[in-house]
Design a protein. Structure first.
Length: 460
């Protein structure tokens, strides 16, 4: 058997981000953060998802775990339409811009949701009309008046980004601020519950014993209730109050003015008026949230190997043993695939699902944003003599086709053999303790070319 030739990973031509860390935990060389943060996930419809924005940024930014449910990889979905954002790029309002057609779709979705709750048509129309009424904002986009006049509505020209109606503001004054609609009692019904009121209420209340059972101690690998440490206010605020109050999302909707009187002359000034439109600020009646979806192997590695993730089912946290049983029941091949995933992750690779190329895993160096996948991995389980029922039966023809497909995308085909010790039975897979008993052997498959072999012998 010839020795395999190592090929360096192929780096991508354009890299738009910097490499932070291989794992979402503080390491010895990581001087920026020393706090051990435990992320929260839940099982929903047989999928493991992460809802918290902070946890999503941590898990994907450090180790590239999971993918966005609305994005190809990094969770960066935005409701804004890029074409309209470019069209109105001169305005100084930091709000997403969508078309009126898309806004009507959100209205229909909200209406269907209210109908499922048993509300009548008249009540639904009244609720949506009140919620989606036009919101007045200043032309500068950084100040919200307490009682804004009707003439200060923002009608902007896409050519120069200025108001089409006059206002009392100084036209020469430039401002690069943002629109702050939250906290204004006229637009935010929760404005009276300000941060000062909430902090006073939290200072007076004693933390509940049932809530403390779910709070982890940053110093000890245990719950605060068991280790006896005194919980800090920041810890309680992050872990107990994670489902924060819902914030209203404001949008700029482009409403096209179709019926425009150009006048009898049809002058040059009026020729571009038809279809120019205006931007109207409204509330989004149907918000779409993007979550981070973890594969079962990624989720269990974060729980078992790193200890930086807690997974709950119906608001009840699952133990490591229970989580192993749940994943094995949902996916019969989970135990073998996780063994391979654990092996390659521990060696510094970033494994991803290889379904696109007909394999079990794809191995990336550092992460998908930096390098192309180097290996397509097929996982097999054998005994100490190298024998066993193949998990993926391959004929010579299918193996040759799989190898050619892998070579056409500049990757190498790698077989990962999980070797069971003598006396190891299927009942030993009921616990993650079997991971320490399994040995791993890697085999790179390369195609033998007779003409190339003949030329090598002639040179010798």
């Amino acid at each position: 058997m010839s020795k395999a030739t190592f090929h360096a990973p192929k780096r991508k031509r354009k890299v738009y981000e910097s490499y932070e860390s291989p794992f979402p935990i503080p390491l010895a060389h990581d001087h920026s953060s020393r706090d051990f943060h435990i992320c929260q996930a839940e099982i929903l419809n047989n999928h493991v998802i992460v809802r918290s924005t902070e946890d999503i940024e941590l898990l994907y930014g450090k180790g590239y775990f999971g993918k966005g449910i609305l994005s190809r990889s990094r969770p960066q979905h935005s409701i804004a339409e890029q074409q309209l954002q470019s069209k109105w790029k001169d305005i100084k309002v930091n709000l997403p811009i969508i078309s009126s057609r898309r806004y009507k779709l959100h209205l229909e979705w909200a209406k269907n949701l209210l109908e499922e709750q048993g509300l009548g048509t008249e009540s639904i129309n009244k609720i949506l009309a009140d919620y989606t009424r036009e919101v007045d904002i200043s032309a500068e986009g950084d100040v919200v008046e307490e009682n804004p006049p009707a003439e200060s509505r923002m009608d902007l020209d896409p050519e120069n980004g200025t108001k089409s109606q006059s206002s009392d503001s100084n036209p020469g004054k430039e401002s690069e601020g943002k629109v702050f609609l939250e906290g204004n009692p006229e637009y935010d019904p929760l404005a009276k519950y300000g941060p000062e009121v909430l902090q006073e209420e939290r200072a007076e209340e004693e933390p509940d014993r049932n809530k403390l059972e779910k709070v982890h101690c940053p110093k000890h690998d245990d719950f605060i209730l068991h280790c006896g440490c005194k919980p800090r206010r920041e810890t309680l605020q992050n872990e107990l109050d994670s489902p924060a109050r819902p914030h209203m999302e404001y949008l700029l909707v482009e409403e096209v003015q179709e019926n425009v009187d150009l006048g009898p002359e049809g002058t040059e000034e009026n020729k571009g008026a038809r279809g120019r439109g205006r931007l109207v600020c409204r509330r989004n009646p149907f918000r779409i949230f993007e979550y981070l979806q973890l594969s079962r192997e990624e989720a269990f590695f974060l729980v078992y190997a790193l200890g930086c993730l807690t997974i709950s089912y119906k608001k009840e946290p699952l133990t490591i043993q229970k989580l192993w049983e749940v994943f094995c029941a949902a996916q019969p091949s989970f135990s073998t695939k996780y063994l391979a995933y654990h092996h390659f992750r521990s060696k510094g690779w970033v494994p991803k699902v290889g379904l696109k190329y007909g394999t079990d895993l794809l191995l990336y160096r550092k992460g998908p944003p930096f390098y192309h996948a180097s290996y397509s991995v097929i996982v097999e389980l054998v005994n100490d003599k190298g024998e066993g029922t193949p998990l993926r039966p391959l004929s010579w023809r299918s193996l040759a086709g799989l190898h050619r497909t892998t070579a056409n995308v500049s990757k190498e085909l790698l077989f990962c053999y999980l070797i069971k010790p003598a006396g190891f039975t299927d009942s030993d897979f009921i616990s993650p303790a079997c991971i320490h008993r399994i040995k791993v052997q890697e085999l790179i498959v390369s195609r033998w070319v007779s003409s190339r072999e003949r030329m090598d012998h002639e040179e010798l």
